[in-house]
Structure formats: C-alpha cells, structure tokens
Design a protein around this ligand. Structure first.
Ligand code: HEM
Length: 160
C-alpha cells in the first residue's frame, strides 16, 4: 500500500473543517482509502446485491423501495456512490451530493435509524473485502482507521 494517489479535501468554505478535525480525517487517510478502489470495483455487484438483499428482507424498507424506485436502478446508484466515495475527491460537489441524498431520503420518509443501520451493512461488507485483500495486519489496521473516518464524515453530512 505505497503507491501515491490523487486525492483532495478542497471545499469552497471552511464550514467542515471542525468536523474533519474532530474525527482527524486528512488527505493521508484519503490516499490509503483510494488504494482500495480497484479492489472494491471488482466487488461492486456482490456488494450491492448483498446490501439490497438485506434491505428487501425488511418489510418496511421493501415497501419504501418499491413505492419510490426500482431495485436495479438503486443497485446502480449505490455502485456509483461507492466508487465516488473511494475516489476521495472531497470538494463542494461531494458535499452537495450528500446533501441531496439526505433530501431524497427525507422525501421518501426514510428515518435516520434505517440509514445508519444500512450504512453498517455497507461498512461491514467493505471491511470484509479489504480483509481478504490486504496481507499486512498493519496495512489493514490503517485502512480500517481511514475508511471509517470517511464513512463517519459521510454519515455526518447525510444526517445533518
Ligand atoms: C436514493 C445512497 C440507504 C432507499 C439514494 C441515492 C443514493 C443513495 C446515492 C440517490 C440520490 C439522488 O437521487 O441523488 C444510499 C446509501 C445508503 C442508503 C449510501 C446507506 C448506506 C437507503 C435505505 C433505503 C434507501 C436504507 C431504504 C428504503 C432509497 C430510495 C431512493 C434512494 C428508494 C430513490 C428515491 C428516488 O429516486 O425518488 N440512496 N441510500 N436508501 N435511496 Fe438510498
């Protein structure tokens, strides 16, 4: 895990500097996370398959999904979203996309507890994929520490 990756944290305002500083998310973390992007890319189908499989097993969430969208469309949206997350280009557009997700979820009546629960599913799967592909214990620890900061920041934005 040593290749240099292009990543950035470049927002129009300083609005999120305190949030980032609280969780200690830096560009060094983003470089570590981005190194896993090619691995994640190979697992996108199985990740979104497992994710929506679990959501559809919940009657309440199944109802919301079937009322507002289609599972094939949502699988594509999620895959795209994961790739963007692992691109680690944190600019104003990154923030605005998260605020749009928040708005969309609010409009369909998705309560924060379900979003947080679903996020846990996604996080566990991604960490499993990383565990299978990172050989060194030290590198795996660095990845988990960095990626959970990215996930945390994402949840802060979507639940704001
Ligand atoms: C829409 C991500 C959890 C149902 C979306 C969109 C994204 C997204 C990126 C597209 C927003 C846009 O139009 O720009 C996520 C992530 C989640 C999550 C990352 C958690 C890890 C859930 C859960 C449900 C859900 C638990 C269960 C009902 C939907 C539906 C839409 C949507 C139905 C489409 C709404 C529409 O097109 O009108 N989500 N979502 N999401 N999400 Fe989620």
């Amino acid at each position: 895990m040593s290749e240099q990756q292009e990543v950035f944290i470049d927002f129009d305002t300083e609005d999120f500097s305190e949030e980032l500083s609280l969780i200690g998310l830096t560009e060094a973390d983003l470089r570590i996370v981005k190194q896993m992007k090619p691995v994640l890319q190979k697992h996108l189908d199985e990740l979104s398959e497992a994710f929506y499989g679990r959501l559809l097993a919940n009657e309440h969430l199944k109802h919301i999904i079937e009322k507002h969208s289609r599972i094939d469309r949502l699988k594509q949206t999620l895959a795209q979203h994961i790739i963007e997350m692992f691109n680690c280009e944190f600019n104003q557009s990154y923030i605005e996309k998260r605020l749009t997700i928040a708005r969309v979820h609010f409009q369909i009546g998705l309560e924060p507890k379900w979003y947080i629960g679903a996020f846990q599913l996604l996080q566990s799967r991604i960490i499993d994929v990383a565990y299978d592909s990172i050989e060194s214990k030290e590198d795996f620890k660095c990845f988990v520490s960095a990626v959970t900061k990215v996930f945390n920041f994402e949840q802060q934005l979507v639940l704001e």
